[in-house]
Write a protein that binds this ligand. Structure first.
Ligand code: NAP
Ligand code: ZN
Ligand code: ZN
Length: 348
């Protein structure tokens, strides 16, 4: 029997978040049932709820893809998890499992499209709309559940499942490490994890921010330098000095000021804005610079990231809220006023 679960979501692109009930499928032999303890608030939750990207596929929509909880039951064929274990679920709950990308462990680039934790339709099971982690309970195939090192604070670990993996994956892909000068653009949820990871991987890290008042925090998070992007002289002085830039800006923005910061053969990787952006071709032709992009990360990579976080005791800096404070938190995220991830506590 499917189960009715209390959740928080929106019923249209202009309605506030409200309490509602959703159905979770009857757990199958490979399913893990999870009582959700914490769920992070990602800027994508707001974009999807408001249909900012013109690709929201269903309402009601229950967002949330930074999920931490405890296993309450397992199907008879589940081999990777035990009842009572602390586990996590990120942005995907399944994929086709057969295409080239899935075979490579890059399920986020599944050629059929991954089944997103919310906002999709579960073609692997019953075609039901998928609903995310702003809820008390979720049922997920064990192959898309990831164990969480017990030494990590569970609220701080929640954002690792999106903000963490989305910054970890490109930093690893472009081999960020000692001897590299890396700029992280935008100090929000993704940006603060980008700074922590790039610094833990041994790079020289520069926080590139529009907010001078975040400078001290950036340094505390691991940045070696802070560059205020509104300071034209400072931006000019920094031209041609970066090996890699991670651009987490969530809205339309001109790329030229940032692309010009790259050295020859340097790469700017977009992870924030999903819309037409403009840049001057002269900046990529001259200097053979690259503008690229990256989406979340695969399941194997997520496991590697969480193991790295367990070893280095890395978690997100969070503000913990009650479920009835989600609307207020969304407003603050939209004003870049988040330090540095809101996490909903479902036990409150
Ligand atoms: P966030 O917490 O709101 O942080 C974004 C930061 O960008 C802000 O704090 C601000 O930092 C900076 N910023 C905002 N507006 C700006 C502007 N007009 N120009 C320059 N900088 C600006 O958002 P988030 O949760 O980190 O998410 C960032 C983006 O990544 C969102 O669009 C989200 O949907 C997307 N995302 C993508 C993926 C993926 O797979 N690629 C995964 C997750 C999220 P400063 O105050 O420091 O300037
Ligand atoms: Zn996200
Ligand atoms: Zn696939």
């Amino acid at each position: 029997m499917s189960q009715s679960v209390s959740a928080y979501g929106v019923t249209s692109d202009s309605s506030p978040v409200e309490k509602l009930f959703i159905e979770r499928r009857t757990p199958g032999p490979k399913d893990v049932s999870i009582d959700i303890e914490y769920c992070g608030i990602c800027h994508s939750d707001i974009h999807q709820a408001h249909n900012d990207w013109n690709n929201t596929r269903h309402y009601p929509l229950v967002p949330g893809h930074e999920i931490i909880g405890r296993v309450t039951s397992i199907g008879k064929d589940v081999s990777q998890f035990k009842i009572g274990e602390r586990v996590s679920v990120g942005c995907m709950v399944n994929s086709c499992r057969t295409c080239g990308s899935c075979s490579d462990g890059d399920e986020q680039y599944c050629e059929r499209f991954p089944i997103m934790t919310y906002g999709g339709f579960d073609y692997y099971h019953d075609n039901a709309p998928t609903q995310g982690g702003y809820a008390e309970h979720i049922v997920v195939d064990e192959d898309f559940v990831v164990g969480v090192p017990e030494n990590l604070d569970p609220a701080g670990a929640a954002p690792l499942l999106c903000a963490g993996i989305t910054t970890w994956s490109p930093l690893k892909h472009w081999n960020v490490g000692p001897g590299m000068k890396v700029g992280v653009i935008g100090l929000g949820g993704l940006g603060h994890m980008g700074v922590k990871f790039a610094s833990a991987l041994g790079a020289h890290v520069v926080m590139i921010t529009t907010s001078p008042d975040k400078a001290a925090d950036a340094e505390r998070l691991g940045a070696h330098e802070v560059l205020i992007s509104k300071d034209k002289d400072a931006m000019k002085a920094a031209r041609g000095t970066f090996d890699f830039l991670l651009d987490t800006v969530p809205v339309n923005h001109p790329l030229n000021p940032y692309t010009g910061l790259l050295k020859k053969d340097g790469t700017l990787c977009l992870v924030g804005a999903l819309e037409p952006l403009t840049f001057h071709a002269g900046l990529v032709v001259g200097g053979r610079r690259k503008i690229s992009g990256s989406a979340i990360g695969g399941i194997r990579e997520t496991r590697e990231m969480l193991a790295f976080c367990g070893k280095h005791n890395i978690t997100s800096d969070v503000e913990i809220i009650r479920p009835d404070q989600i609307n207020e938190a969304w407003n603050r995220v939209q004003k870049s006023d988040v330090k540095y991830r809101f996490v909903i506590d479902f036990k409150k």
